[in-house]
Design a protein around this ligand. Structure first.
Ligand code: FAD
Ligand code: PHB
Length: 395
Protein backbone atom coordinates (compact mmCIF):
# COMPACT_ATOMS: atom_id res chain seq x y z
CA UNK A 1 0.00 0.00 0.00
CA UNK A 2 1.34 3.46 -0.90
CA UNK A 3 1.46 6.35 1.58
CA UNK A 4 -1.62 8.47 2.15
CA UNK A 5 -1.92 11.51 -0.09
CA UNK A 6 -3.18 14.78 1.44
CA UNK A 7 -5.50 17.27 -0.21
CA UNK A 8 -7.97 19.94 0.85
CA UNK A 9 -11.14 18.65 -0.86
CA UNK A 10 -11.63 15.10 -2.14
CA UNK A 11 -14.28 15.08 -4.87
CA UNK A 12 -15.93 11.74 -5.63
CA UNK A 13 -17.28 11.64 -9.21
CA UNK A 14 -16.21 13.34 -12.46
CA UNK A 15 -19.66 14.23 -13.75
CA UNK A 16 -20.75 17.85 -14.15
CA UNK A 17 -21.08 18.39 -10.37
CA UNK A 18 -17.60 17.11 -9.48
CA UNK A 19 -15.81 18.73 -12.40
CA UNK A 20 -17.45 22.15 -12.05
CA UNK A 21 -16.72 22.11 -8.30
CA UNK A 22 -13.07 21.22 -8.94
CA UNK A 23 -12.83 24.09 -11.43
CA UNK A 24 -14.47 26.66 -9.14
CA UNK A 25 -12.17 25.65 -6.28
CA UNK A 26 -9.06 25.77 -8.49
CA UNK A 27 -10.01 29.28 -9.62
CA UNK A 28 -9.92 30.34 -5.94
CA UNK A 29 -6.71 28.49 -5.06
CA UNK A 30 -8.31 25.57 -3.19
CA UNK A 31 -6.71 22.22 -3.94
CA UNK A 32 -8.73 19.10 -4.76
CA UNK A 33 -8.44 15.58 -6.18
CA UNK A 34 -11.25 14.13 -8.30
CA UNK A 35 -11.82 10.38 -7.99
CA UNK A 36 -13.88 8.74 -10.77
CA UNK A 37 -14.96 5.12 -11.18
CA UNK A 38 -15.08 5.10 -15.01
CA UNK A 39 -12.42 5.76 -17.62
CA UNK A 40 -11.97 9.13 -19.33
CA UNK A 41 -13.45 8.06 -22.69
CA UNK A 42 -16.59 6.77 -20.98
CA UNK A 43 -17.35 9.97 -19.09
CA UNK A 44 -16.53 12.08 -22.15
CA UNK A 45 -18.94 10.15 -24.37
CA UNK A 46 -21.86 9.52 -22.01
CA UNK A 47 -24.82 11.11 -23.79
CA UNK A 48 -27.17 12.87 -21.39
CA UNK A 49 -28.42 16.41 -20.90
CA UNK A 50 -28.43 19.01 -23.62
CA UNK A 51 -29.96 22.19 -22.27
CA UNK A 52 -27.94 24.74 -20.28
CA UNK A 53 -29.75 27.41 -18.33
CA UNK A 54 -28.57 31.00 -18.64
CA UNK A 55 -27.26 30.72 -15.05
CA UNK A 56 -25.16 27.64 -15.93
CA UNK A 57 -23.79 29.33 -19.07
CA UNK A 58 -22.82 32.38 -16.99
CA UNK A 59 -21.14 30.18 -14.36
CA UNK A 60 -19.09 28.22 -16.93
CA UNK A 61 -18.03 31.46 -18.64
CA UNK A 62 -16.98 33.04 -15.33
CA UNK A 63 -14.95 29.90 -14.55
CA UNK A 64 -13.07 30.33 -17.83
CA UNK A 65 -14.44 27.17 -19.49
CA UNK A 66 -17.05 28.74 -21.77
CA UNK A 67 -15.02 29.37 -24.90
CA UNK A 68 -16.07 26.31 -26.99
CA UNK A 69 -19.62 26.49 -25.57
CA UNK A 70 -19.86 30.09 -26.83
CA UNK A 71 -18.53 29.02 -30.23
CA UNK A 72 -20.49 25.79 -30.76
CA UNK A 73 -23.50 26.02 -28.44
CA UNK A 74 -26.87 26.87 -29.99
CA UNK A 75 -28.60 29.76 -28.24
CA UNK A 76 -32.38 29.32 -28.19
CA UNK A 77 -34.62 32.28 -27.49
CA UNK A 78 -37.84 30.28 -27.34
CA UNK A 79 -39.38 26.81 -27.29
CA UNK A 80 -42.59 25.23 -28.54
CA UNK A 81 -45.36 23.53 -26.61
CA UNK A 82 -47.52 21.42 -28.93
CA UNK A 83 -50.99 19.99 -28.28
CA UNK A 84 -53.99 19.14 -30.45
CA UNK A 85 -51.59 19.19 -33.41
CA UNK A 86 -50.83 22.91 -33.02
CA UNK A 87 -47.53 24.47 -31.93
CA UNK A 88 -47.38 27.45 -29.57
CA UNK A 89 -44.13 29.35 -29.08
CA UNK A 90 -43.01 30.46 -25.63
CA UNK A 91 -40.68 33.43 -26.26
CA UNK A 92 -38.20 32.77 -23.46
CA UNK A 93 -35.98 35.78 -24.06
CA UNK A 94 -38.83 38.25 -24.38
CA UNK A 95 -40.55 36.97 -21.23
CA UNK A 96 -37.44 36.91 -19.02
CA UNK A 97 -35.82 40.26 -19.70
CA UNK A 98 -33.27 38.91 -22.17
CA UNK A 99 -32.38 35.46 -20.81
CA UNK A 100 -32.10 32.35 -23.00
CA UNK A 101 -30.97 28.71 -22.96
CA UNK A 102 -27.99 27.17 -24.76
CA UNK A 103 -28.14 23.74 -26.34
CA UNK A 104 -24.71 22.19 -25.74
CA UNK A 105 -24.26 18.51 -24.82
CA UNK A 106 -23.40 17.58 -21.26
CA UNK A 107 -20.51 15.45 -22.55
CA UNK A 108 -19.10 18.53 -24.29
CA UNK A 109 -19.21 20.44 -20.98
CA UNK A 110 -17.47 17.46 -19.35
CA UNK A 111 -14.79 17.36 -22.08
CA UNK A 112 -14.09 21.09 -21.67
CA UNK A 113 -13.79 20.77 -17.88
CA UNK A 114 -11.50 17.71 -18.05
CA UNK A 115 -9.26 19.41 -20.62
CA UNK A 116 -9.03 22.56 -18.46
CA UNK A 117 -8.25 20.58 -15.32
CA UNK A 118 -5.62 18.28 -16.78
CA UNK A 119 -4.17 21.20 -18.77
CA UNK A 120 -3.66 23.04 -15.45
CA UNK A 121 -1.77 20.04 -14.05
CA UNK A 122 -4.47 19.06 -11.55
CA UNK A 123 -5.38 15.46 -10.88
CA UNK A 124 -8.33 13.30 -11.86
CA UNK A 125 -8.02 9.66 -10.85
CA UNK A 126 -9.95 7.64 -13.45
CA UNK A 127 -10.90 3.97 -13.08
CA UNK A 128 -10.89 4.07 -9.27
CA UNK A 129 -12.36 0.79 -8.00
CA UNK A 130 -14.00 0.03 -4.70
CA UNK A 131 -14.15 3.64 -3.49
CA UNK A 132 -14.74 3.89 0.30
CA UNK A 133 -15.48 7.12 2.15
CA UNK A 134 -14.46 6.96 5.83
CA UNK A 135 -14.46 9.17 8.94
CA UNK A 136 -16.54 12.01 7.53
CA UNK A 137 -17.64 12.81 11.09
CA UNK A 138 -14.00 13.33 12.16
CA UNK A 139 -11.62 16.21 11.33
CA UNK A 140 -9.67 14.29 8.71
CA UNK A 141 -11.89 12.18 6.44
CA UNK A 142 -10.27 9.42 4.40
CA UNK A 143 -11.00 8.06 0.93
CA UNK A 144 -9.66 4.65 -0.03
CA UNK A 145 -9.83 3.05 -3.47
CA UNK A 146 -7.92 0.79 -5.83
CA UNK A 147 -6.28 1.71 -9.11
CA UNK A 148 -4.91 -1.17 -11.17
CA UNK A 149 -5.20 -3.34 -8.05
CA UNK A 150 -3.08 -0.96 -5.90
CA UNK A 151 -4.74 0.47 -2.79
CA UNK A 152 -4.59 4.28 -2.52
CA UNK A 153 -5.53 6.51 0.42
CA UNK A 154 -6.38 10.19 0.39
CA UNK A 155 -6.84 12.27 3.53
CA UNK A 156 -8.69 15.54 3.21
CA UNK A 157 -10.45 18.37 5.04
CA UNK A 158 -13.75 17.82 3.21
CA UNK A 159 -15.42 15.27 0.92
CA UNK A 160 -17.72 16.36 -1.91
CA UNK A 161 -20.10 13.54 -2.83
CA UNK A 162 -20.64 14.23 -6.54
CA UNK A 163 -21.01 10.57 -7.53
CA UNK A 164 -24.52 10.63 -8.96
CA UNK A 165 -27.64 8.78 -7.93
CA UNK A 166 -25.98 5.33 -7.74
CA UNK A 167 -22.80 6.51 -6.03
CA UNK A 168 -21.38 5.48 -2.64
CA UNK A 169 -21.24 8.78 -0.75
CA UNK A 170 -24.92 9.07 0.17
CA UNK A 171 -24.94 5.56 1.60
CA UNK A 172 -22.06 6.37 3.99
CA UNK A 173 -24.40 8.72 5.89
CA UNK A 174 -26.29 6.99 8.75
CA UNK A 175 -29.77 6.29 7.34
CA UNK A 176 -31.49 7.52 10.50
CA UNK A 177 -30.15 11.04 9.94
CA UNK A 178 -31.63 11.30 6.42
CA UNK A 179 -35.14 11.87 5.09
CA UNK A 180 -35.95 10.71 1.57
CA UNK A 181 -38.74 12.15 -0.59
CA UNK A 182 -39.50 10.25 -3.77
CA UNK A 183 -41.90 9.80 -6.74
CA UNK A 184 -41.70 7.16 -9.45
CA UNK A 185 -43.44 7.82 -12.75
CA UNK A 186 -45.25 5.07 -14.66
CA UNK A 187 -43.48 5.97 -17.92
CA UNK A 188 -39.99 6.36 -19.38
CA UNK A 189 -38.26 8.09 -22.32
CA UNK A 190 -36.81 6.29 -25.27
CA UNK A 191 -34.19 8.65 -26.71
CA UNK A 192 -32.44 8.55 -30.06
CA UNK A 193 -29.65 10.57 -31.60
CA UNK A 194 -30.12 10.80 -35.37
CA UNK A 195 -27.61 11.99 -37.94
CA UNK A 196 -29.88 14.54 -39.59
CA UNK A 197 -30.34 18.31 -39.26
CA UNK A 198 -33.01 19.38 -36.73
CA UNK A 199 -36.45 19.73 -38.33
CA UNK A 200 -37.04 23.04 -36.55
CA UNK A 201 -34.56 25.45 -34.96
CA UNK A 202 -36.10 25.20 -31.46
CA UNK A 203 -37.23 22.48 -29.02
CA UNK A 204 -40.74 21.02 -29.32
CA UNK A 205 -42.44 19.53 -26.24
CA UNK A 206 -45.46 17.64 -27.64
CA UNK A 207 -48.53 16.44 -25.76
CA UNK A 208 -50.28 13.63 -27.66
CA UNK A 209 -52.90 11.05 -26.80
CA UNK A 210 -50.34 8.33 -27.65
CA UNK A 211 -47.89 9.89 -25.17
CA UNK A 212 -45.28 12.64 -24.95
CA UNK A 213 -42.62 13.36 -27.61
CA UNK A 214 -39.70 15.81 -27.67
CA UNK A 215 -37.69 17.25 -30.55
CA UNK A 216 -34.27 18.55 -29.51
CA UNK A 217 -30.83 18.70 -31.06
CA UNK A 218 -27.10 18.61 -30.43
CA UNK A 219 -25.72 20.45 -33.45
CA UNK A 220 -26.80 21.60 -36.94
CA UNK A 221 -26.20 17.98 -38.08
CA UNK A 222 -27.52 15.99 -35.10
CA UNK A 223 -31.13 15.71 -33.91
CA UNK A 224 -32.04 14.40 -30.45
CA UNK A 225 -35.55 12.95 -30.13
CA UNK A 226 -37.49 11.28 -27.32
CA UNK A 227 -40.78 9.33 -27.18
CA UNK A 228 -42.61 8.38 -24.02
CA UNK A 229 -42.59 4.60 -23.54
CA UNK A 230 -43.28 2.17 -20.72
CA UNK A 231 -40.60 1.78 -18.01
CA UNK A 232 -40.79 -1.98 -18.68
CA UNK A 233 -39.97 -1.60 -22.39
CA UNK A 234 -36.65 -2.89 -23.72
CA UNK A 235 -34.69 -1.58 -26.68
CA UNK A 236 -35.50 -4.65 -28.82
CA UNK A 237 -39.18 -3.62 -28.61
CA UNK A 238 -38.25 -0.34 -30.32
CA UNK A 239 -36.68 -0.97 -33.74
CA UNK A 240 -35.88 2.27 -35.58
CA UNK A 241 -38.99 2.02 -37.78
CA UNK A 242 -41.25 1.95 -34.73
CA UNK A 243 -39.48 4.94 -33.13
CA UNK A 244 -39.84 7.03 -36.31
CA UNK A 245 -43.46 6.01 -36.75
CA UNK A 246 -44.33 7.18 -33.22
CA UNK A 247 -42.32 10.38 -33.62
CA UNK A 248 -44.10 11.20 -36.90
CA UNK A 249 -47.49 10.63 -35.28
CA UNK A 250 -46.81 12.52 -32.05
CA UNK A 251 -44.95 15.49 -33.56
CA UNK A 252 -47.30 15.91 -36.56
CA UNK A 253 -48.96 19.29 -37.04
CA UNK A 254 -51.84 20.28 -39.25
CA UNK A 255 -49.72 22.64 -41.38
CA UNK A 256 -47.76 20.08 -43.40
CA UNK A 257 -44.47 20.29 -41.38
CA UNK A 258 -42.38 17.12 -41.73
CA UNK A 259 -39.89 15.47 -39.41
CA UNK A 260 -36.53 14.67 -41.04
CA UNK A 261 -35.30 11.11 -40.59
CA UNK A 262 -31.68 10.00 -40.52
CA UNK A 263 -29.45 7.14 -39.34
CA UNK A 264 -29.92 6.42 -35.62
CA UNK A 265 -26.50 6.61 -33.96
CA UNK A 266 -27.59 6.06 -30.35
CA UNK A 267 -30.67 4.71 -28.63
CA UNK A 268 -31.43 4.33 -24.92
CA UNK A 269 -34.25 4.21 -22.37
CA UNK A 270 -34.33 6.49 -19.32
CA UNK A 271 -36.66 5.80 -16.40
CA UNK A 272 -38.03 8.79 -14.58
CA UNK A 273 -38.11 9.71 -10.92
CA UNK A 274 -38.19 12.62 -8.54
CA UNK A 275 -35.96 12.17 -5.48
CA UNK A 276 -34.60 14.41 -2.73
CA UNK A 277 -32.53 13.53 0.33
CA UNK A 278 -32.40 15.89 3.30
CA UNK A 279 -30.09 17.16 4.61
CA UNK A 280 -27.47 17.25 1.84
CA UNK A 281 -24.59 17.17 4.34
CA UNK A 282 -23.25 15.08 7.19
CA UNK A 283 -20.09 15.92 9.14
CA UNK A 284 -17.49 16.89 6.53
CA UNK A 285 -19.33 15.24 3.64
CA UNK A 286 -21.38 17.44 1.27
CA UNK A 287 -23.61 15.87 -1.39
CA UNK A 288 -24.14 17.71 -4.68
CA UNK A 289 -26.04 17.05 -7.91
CA UNK A 290 -27.72 13.69 -8.58
CA UNK A 291 -26.12 12.22 -5.43
CA UNK A 292 -28.63 14.32 -3.47
CA UNK A 293 -31.57 14.80 -5.83
CA UNK A 294 -33.01 13.64 -9.13
CA UNK A 295 -35.65 15.24 -11.36
CA UNK A 296 -37.48 13.78 -14.35
CA UNK A 297 -35.86 15.18 -17.52
CA UNK A 298 -38.93 17.09 -18.78
CA UNK A 299 -37.76 20.39 -17.28
CA UNK A 300 -34.13 19.92 -18.52
CA UNK A 301 -32.89 20.69 -15.03
CA UNK A 302 -30.62 17.92 -13.63
CA UNK A 303 -27.28 19.23 -14.83
CA UNK A 304 -28.28 22.80 -14.08
CA UNK A 305 -29.24 21.95 -10.52
CA UNK A 306 -25.92 20.15 -10.05
CA UNK A 307 -24.15 23.34 -11.20
CA UNK A 308 -26.20 25.47 -8.78
CA UNK A 309 -25.29 23.18 -5.83
CA UNK A 310 -21.58 23.29 -6.44
CA UNK A 311 -21.58 27.05 -6.86
CA UNK A 312 -22.95 27.28 -3.29
CA UNK A 313 -20.52 24.64 -2.04
CA UNK A 314 -17.46 26.23 -3.66
CA UNK A 315 -18.30 29.62 -2.13
CA UNK A 316 -18.75 28.03 1.33
CA UNK A 317 -15.47 26.08 1.14
CA UNK A 318 -13.51 29.10 -0.12
CA UNK A 319 -14.94 31.18 2.73
CA UNK A 320 -13.87 28.51 5.25
CA UNK A 321 -10.30 28.47 3.91
CA UNK A 322 -10.14 32.28 3.83
CA UNK A 323 -11.78 33.15 7.15
CA UNK A 324 -12.15 29.91 9.13
CA UNK A 325 -15.88 30.62 9.43
CA UNK A 326 -18.29 27.69 9.14
CA UNK A 327 -21.59 29.53 8.70
CA UNK A 328 -21.82 29.13 4.91
CA UNK A 329 -20.84 25.46 5.17
CA UNK A 330 -23.39 24.86 7.91
CA UNK A 331 -26.08 26.54 5.78
CA UNK A 332 -25.13 24.59 2.60
CA UNK A 333 -28.01 22.09 2.65
CA UNK A 334 -30.69 24.63 3.56
CA UNK A 335 -29.42 27.07 0.93
CA UNK A 336 -29.44 24.43 -1.82
CA UNK A 337 -32.75 22.83 -0.85
CA UNK A 338 -34.68 26.03 -1.51
CA UNK A 339 -33.71 25.89 -5.19
CA UNK A 340 -33.90 22.07 -5.29
CA UNK A 341 -37.57 22.06 -4.26
CA UNK A 342 -38.47 24.86 -6.69
CA UNK A 343 -36.89 22.83 -9.50
CA UNK A 344 -38.48 19.58 -8.23
CA UNK A 345 -41.85 21.27 -8.48
CA UNK A 346 -41.21 22.69 -11.96
CA UNK A 347 -39.96 19.33 -13.30
CA UNK A 348 -42.91 17.44 -11.80
CA UNK A 349 -45.32 20.05 -13.19
CA UNK A 350 -43.90 19.89 -16.74
CA UNK A 351 -43.92 16.08 -16.53
CA UNK A 352 -47.51 15.70 -15.35
CA UNK A 353 -48.75 18.32 -17.84
CA UNK A 354 -47.21 16.57 -20.84
CA UNK A 355 -47.25 12.79 -20.26
CA UNK A 356 -50.02 10.26 -20.51
CA UNK A 357 -50.04 7.92 -17.48
CA UNK A 358 -51.59 4.46 -17.73
CA UNK A 359 -55.08 4.75 -16.27
CA UNK A 360 -55.44 8.43 -17.18
CA UNK A 361 -58.97 9.07 -18.34
CA UNK A 362 -60.71 11.81 -20.31
CA UNK A 363 -60.88 13.95 -17.16
CA UNK A 364 -57.08 13.87 -16.70
CA UNK A 365 -56.56 14.66 -20.36
CA UNK A 366 -58.92 17.63 -20.27
CA UNK A 367 -57.10 19.02 -17.23
CA UNK A 368 -53.78 18.75 -19.10
CA UNK A 369 -55.19 20.50 -22.16
CA UNK A 370 -56.73 23.24 -20.02
CA UNK A 371 -53.31 23.82 -18.42
CA UNK A 372 -51.51 23.82 -21.77
CA UNK A 373 -54.04 26.30 -23.23
CA UNK A 374 -53.57 28.56 -20.22
CA UNK A 375 -49.76 28.46 -20.33
CA UNK A 376 -49.77 29.30 -24.03
CA UNK A 377 -52.37 32.06 -23.86
CA UNK A 378 -51.71 33.90 -20.58
CA UNK A 379 -48.57 36.04 -20.51
CA UNK A 380 -48.36 35.57 -16.74
CA UNK A 381 -48.50 31.77 -17.01
CA UNK A 382 -46.05 31.68 -19.93
CA UNK A 383 -43.67 33.90 -17.93
CA UNK A 384 -43.82 31.44 -15.04
CA UNK A 385 -42.74 28.63 -17.37
CA UNK A 386 -40.11 30.79 -19.08
CA UNK A 387 -38.38 32.07 -15.94
CA UNK A 388 -38.14 28.58 -14.49
CA UNK A 389 -36.95 27.10 -17.79
CA UNK A 390 -34.13 29.62 -18.33
CA UNK A 391 -33.27 29.21 -14.63
CA UNK A 392 -33.96 31.40 -11.62
CA UNK A 393 -31.01 33.54 -10.54
CA UNK A 394 -28.51 31.77 -8.29
CA UNK A 395 -28.60 32.85 -4.65
P1 FAD B 1 -23.43 12.26 -12.84
O1 FAD B 1 -23.43 12.94 -14.17
O2 FAD B 1 -24.21 11.01 -12.69
O3 FAD B 1 -21.92 12.03 -12.44
C1 FAD B 1 -21.56 11.22 -11.35
C2 FAD B 1 -20.17 10.65 -11.62
O4 FAD B 1 -19.77 9.87 -10.50
C3 FAD B 1 -20.16 9.72 -12.82
O5 FAD B 1 -19.09 10.07 -13.67
C4 FAD B 1 -19.99 8.34 -12.21
O6 FAD B 1 -19.29 7.44 -13.07
C5 FAD B 1 -19.22 8.66 -10.95
N1 FAD B 1 -19.36 7.65 -9.89
C6 FAD B 1 -20.46 6.94 -9.56
N2 FAD B 1 -20.19 6.12 -8.53
C7 FAD B 1 -18.90 6.33 -8.19
C8 FAD B 1 -18.05 5.78 -7.21
N3 FAD B 1 -18.48 4.83 -6.39
N4 FAD B 1 -16.78 6.22 -7.14
C9 FAD B 1 -16.33 7.17 -8.00
N5 FAD B 1 -17.09 7.72 -8.96
C10 FAD B 1 -18.36 7.32 -9.05
N6 FAD B 1 -30.26 17.57 -17.13
C11 FAD B 1 -30.38 18.85 -17.61
O7 FAD B 1 -30.01 19.79 -16.88
N7 FAD B 1 -30.82 19.14 -18.87
C12 FAD B 1 -31.20 18.14 -19.70
O8 FAD B 1 -31.55 18.43 -20.85
C13 FAD B 1 -31.14 16.78 -19.23
N8 FAD B 1 -31.46 15.74 -20.01
C14 FAD B 1 -31.24 14.48 -19.59
C15 FAD B 1 -31.50 13.45 -20.49
C16 FAD B 1 -31.24 12.15 -20.10
C17 FAD B 1 -31.55 11.04 -21.08
C18 FAD B 1 -30.70 11.86 -18.80
C19 FAD B 1 -30.38 10.45 -18.37
C20 FAD B 1 -30.44 12.87 -17.92
C21 FAD B 1 -30.70 14.18 -18.31
N9 FAD B 1 -30.43 15.25 -17.44
C22 FAD B 1 -30.62 16.53 -17.91
C23 FAD B 1 -29.91 15.01 -16.10
C24 FAD B 1 -28.39 15.18 -16.00
O9 FAD B 1 -27.76 14.39 -16.98
C25 FAD B 1 -27.90 14.80 -14.59
O10 FAD B 1 -28.70 15.48 -13.65
C26 FAD B 1 -26.42 15.17 -14.39
O11 FAD B 1 -25.61 14.25 -15.07
C27 FAD B 1 -26.05 15.19 -12.91
O12 FAD B 1 -24.67 15.42 -12.78
P2 FAD B 1 -23.85 14.83 -11.55
O13 FAD B 1 -22.45 15.26 -11.76
O14 FAD B 1 -24.55 15.14 -10.29
O15 FAD B 1 -23.99 13.25 -11.69
C1 PHB C 1 -32.01 16.92 -24.66
O1 PHB C 1 -31.71 17.62 -25.65
O2 PHB C 1 -31.44 15.86 -24.40
C2 PHB C 1 -33.13 17.36 -23.77
C3 PHB C 1 -33.77 18.55 -24.03
C4 PHB C 1 -34.81 18.95 -23.20
C5 PHB C 1 -35.18 18.16 -22.13
C6 PHB C 1 -34.52 16.97 -21.87
C7 PHB C 1 -33.49 16.56 -22.70
O3 PHB C 1 -36.21 18.55 -21.33
Amino acid sequence: MSEAQRTQVAIVGAGPAGLILARLLACQGVESIVIERRDRAYVEQRLRAGVLEQTTVDLLRAAGVGERMDREGLVHEGLYLQFDGVRHRIPLRELTGGRAITVYGQHEVVKDLIAARLGGGDEIVFEADDVRVLDVDADLPTIRFKVDGDERTIRCDFVAGCDGFHGVCRSTIPAETLSVYERHYPFAWLGILARTPPSLDELIYAHHERGFALHSMRSPELTRLYVQCSPDDTLDMWPDERVWEELHLRLATRDGWTLREGPVVEKSITTMRSYVVEPMQYGRLYLAGDAAHVVPPTGAKGLNLAAADVKVLAAALVDWYRTGRRDLLDAYSATCLRRVWRVEHFSWWMTTMLHRAPGDDAFDQRLQLAQLRYVTSSRAAATMLAENYVGLEHV
